[in-house]
Design a protein around this ligand. Structure first.
Ligand code: NAD
Ligand code: UD1
Length: 336
């Protein structure tokens, strides 16, 4: 494998930090750009502890074109992995313009800076949300962009289209779009994990808050879906599998746009997640069944076969392992 010098935007965030560890351990040279809006610079020392090297860090906002161009000009990067963005769905409904400015505008600035300084390999963090309300399993060849439930999801779709247009205009540009399903878990060391600022809305961060006593109970949104136990199913992928998916993707870049789902190919229900947590922790998790959450689909999971076929990558870790690593990150003990 060819080692590269890579700029990772959003590299102090949840998925970015785990990916940076794996990239460094695979021999790549990594630098991070982040505005620390939803992360903490303290993670850099933890990355250094795990990977043996502390990545160079630029506290820069993607909306600051001048600062961004300076980083790109001085860096001599061969590739960019672009995680930086806002991701709170409810907030995107309340403040859509902030989401379009930050996610879409920030990405346009990034692409402009890459073009100006001849950096022509990009990996972009997209989401299963671009498939809208179609029936699972989601395959990369399916139409995207219809019935996306919120502005956050639409920023992902729009950015995918912008990247496609750029690749048509600049035939030497190599872009890989990775559509993540539901990332969970933490590094097996327990040193790094998900630390969202503010009140969480996603399932796993809520389970974490109930486990630590910061929240009283989990509200299970809906038990009347057409699934085996009535609760909704998602494709939960261990963040370390996801991180390794990026290492596999960067080794196989090609001109034009290539899209891969990164998921496990399996749906797990909310109640199965509760049971997995209880089994691994040995403690009950307080929950209550409530009505469905607006905009939620019954069943979401990936057809993950393209990434396996073309990248030689597949998710290998279980939900139980993700629960165990999450407990370790929280400083709580697992049953054994
Ligand atoms: P995260 O919030 O932990 O990381 C994103 C990072 O981007 C943060 O450190 C934040 O400070 C930074 N950032 C935001 N706006 C910025 C800006 N304008 N300039 C510079 N830095 C900025 O989120 P994450 O869970 O690690 O997600 C990473 C990427 O993956 C995001 O693009 C997200 O939309 C996407 N994604 C996440 C999930 C998920 O469930 N976590 C699912 C699908 C896709
Ligand atoms: C959500 C977003 C999606 C985004 C993804 C990652 C919506 C509709 N979708 O996906 O666009 O890409 O997060 O940020 O918000 N659940 C409960 N109780 C809760 C919270 C969640 O039962 O308090 C259930 C949900 O109904 C769902 C599952 O847990 O079935 C997972 O929810 P969540 O973690 O929010 O992820 P998604 O909805 O799949």
């Amino acid at each position: 494998m060819e080692a590269m010098k890579i700029l990772v935007t959003g590299g102090t965030g949840y998925i970015g930090s785990h990916t940076v560890v794996e990239l460094i351990q695979s021999g790549h040279e990594v630098e991070i750009l982040d505005n620390l809006y939803n992360s903490d610079a303290g993670v850099l020392l933890k990355i250094a502890e795990l990977a043996g090297v502390e990545p160079k860090f630029y506290e820069v906002d993607l909306r600051d074109k001048t600062a961004l161009k300076q980083v790109m000009r001085d860096g001599g990067y061969e590739a960019v992995i672009h995680f930086a963005g806002l991701k709170a769905v409810a907030e995107s409904v309340e403040n859509p313009l902030t989401y379009y400015e930050n996610n879409v505008g920030g990405t346009v600035n990034l692409l402009e800076a890459m073009e100006e300084f001849g950096v022509r390999k990009l990996i972009f963090s997209s989401s299963a949300t671009v498939y809208g309300d179609q029936e699972a399993p989601f395959v990369e060849t399916m139409e995207t962009g219809r019935a996306i439930a919120n502005p956050y999801g639409r920023t992902k779709y729009m950015i995918e289209e912008i990247i496609k247009d750029l690749c048509k205009a600049d035939e030497g540009f190599e872009a890989t779009i990775l559509r993540y399903f539901n990332p969970i878990g933490a590094h097996e060391s327990g040193l790094i994990g998900e630390e969202p600022k503010g009140i969480p809305n996603n399932l796993m961060p809520i389970i974490m808050k109930v486990a630590t006593g910061e929240m009283a109970e989990l509200l299970v949104c809906g038990d009347d879906y057409e699934t085996t136990d009535g609760s909704a199913e998602r494709d939960y992928i261990h963040v370390m599998d996801l991180a390794q998916g990026h290492v596999a993707a960067i080794a196989k870049m090609q001109p034009g746009v290539t899209v891969y789902n990164l998921g496990t190919g399996r749906g797990v229900s909310v109640l199965e997640m509760v049971k997995a947590f209880e089994k691994v922790s040995g403690s009950p998790l307080t929950y209550k069944i409530v009505g469905r959450r607006a905009g939620d689909l019954a069943v979401v999971y990936a057809d993950a076969s393209k990434a396996e076929r073309e990248l030689g990558w597949k998710a290998t870790r279980t939900v139980d392992e993700a629960m165990r690593d999450t407990l370790k990150f929280l400083g709580l003990s697992a049953r054994d």
